[in-house]
Design a protein around this ligand. Structure first.
Ligand SMILES: [Zn+2]
Length: 342
């Protein structure tokens, strides 16, 4: 059954790793054989000391999607990294601090291979039920664990467990809160074929897709997800890349980054950007539909600017925030597959 396959893949993963360090990447082969002696002197690019530089991808033009993986790292995460590397895909990992200690090498590899490292709390509590001090502790312990394991990377983004947050909690977290536009429900179905089908069909340009790398069927589905989305023309970006490197606001929730329609509506937008306390419409990212951040003092939302053309994202957004995560709810406790801790 499936287990046999996984052993093979793990072995391949190991081999893949060696290959990378040995051949130093994808240098075009024409440059590989110049005058013998000289070229040897030319320094081989040294092993990367840190993460690769951020890429500049214009997601207003390219068809971007951000795959995100929650609750790890776990026993399958290293294999997932190999899959992503083979597919030329970068992803974002929202990790639990309590799991980071068990897989420091995997976290380091994530960073070196250009993935984004995100904070998913220390132990996956519903943060809205904790005191501010407890919330801060969940966040900061995890930040430290990831920094240590990764060799100095400080996560900039946070995903609250179950997508559960509110104004007070958001303030205590003090980081941008990244939710999702596609909930694959992989934690619930644990079905590779289904995960692949949903993962290929549902994403829209600018979307953020939620998977869990602590579940083997989810990780098994990713090769097909990558293939299918590539055929649909998608580029795989990290969440920060999806937002074009823009600074996201602490405490604000984001579910996707649907590019603004090329031709803005002729409708006058009444005095929107001026208001000092109007965080709701920066760059059209803060989605109008985000329930978690009601923004009571923001009447100026008539034009619904971010949502032109009834485009993509909302379709499957369903899973959203305010309601204690349809998305991930029971995922954590009943993991039969032996991820650490739960
Ligand atoms: Zn989670």
């Amino acid at each position: 059954m499936v287990h046999i396959r996984s052993i093979g893949v793990i072995a391949a993963a190991g081999a893949g790793l060696l290959t990378v360090s040995a051949c130093g990447g994808h240098a075009p082969s024409k440059q590989a054989r110049p005058a013998a002696g000289k070229q040897i002197v030319a320094k081989q690019a040294p092993r990367p000391a840190g993460p690769p530089p951020a890429r500049r991808i214009d997601c207003a033009r390219a068809r971007c999607v951000a795959l995100t993986f929650d609750d790890g790292p776990g026993p399958y995460t290293d294999r997932l990294l190999t899959t992503l590397r083979r597919g030329g895909a970068r992803a974002t990992f929202f990790m639990l601090g309590e799991n980071v200690h068990n897989f420091p090498g995997v976290v380091r590899r994530m960073a070196l291979e250009g993935h984004e490292l995100g904070n998913h709390s220390w132990s996956h509590p519903q943060l809205t039920g904790l005191s501010d001090a407890e919330v801060r502790s969940q966040i900061q312990r995890t930040q430290r664990a990831i920094q240590q394991a990764s060799g100095g990377v400080t996560p900039k983004l946070m995903r609250p467990p179950y997508g559960a947050t509110n104004k007070r909690t958001g303030r205590a977290i003090g980081m941008p809160l990244i939710l999702w536009s596609v909930d694959t429900l992989d934690w619930q179905y644990r079905d590779t074929a289904r995960d692949a089908r949903v993962g290929v069909k549902e994403p829209r340009s600018g979307g953020i897709v939620l998977f869990h790398d602590i579940h083997k069927p989810s990780v098994d589905a990713i090769p097909k997800v990558l293939d299918g989305l590539k055929k649909r023309g998608f580029t795989f970006v990290t969440v920060s890349e999806l937002f074009g490197g823009r600074a996201l606001k602490p405490g604000q929730t984001y579910t996707d980054n649907v590019p603004p329609k090329p031709s803005p509506p002729a409708t006058p937008v009444p005095a929107a950007p001026q208001r000092p306390g109007t965080p709701a419409r920066p760059e059209g990212t803060a989605r109008p539909g985000i329930p978690a951040q009601p923004q009571p003092a923001t009447p100026a939302q008539p034009g619904t600017p971010a949502q032109p053309g009834g485009s993509a994202a909302p379709s499957s957004d369903v899973a959203e925030p305010g309601a204690p995560s349809p998305g991930e709810a029971p995922e954590a406790p009943p993991v039969p597959e032996a991820p650490p801790g739960r």
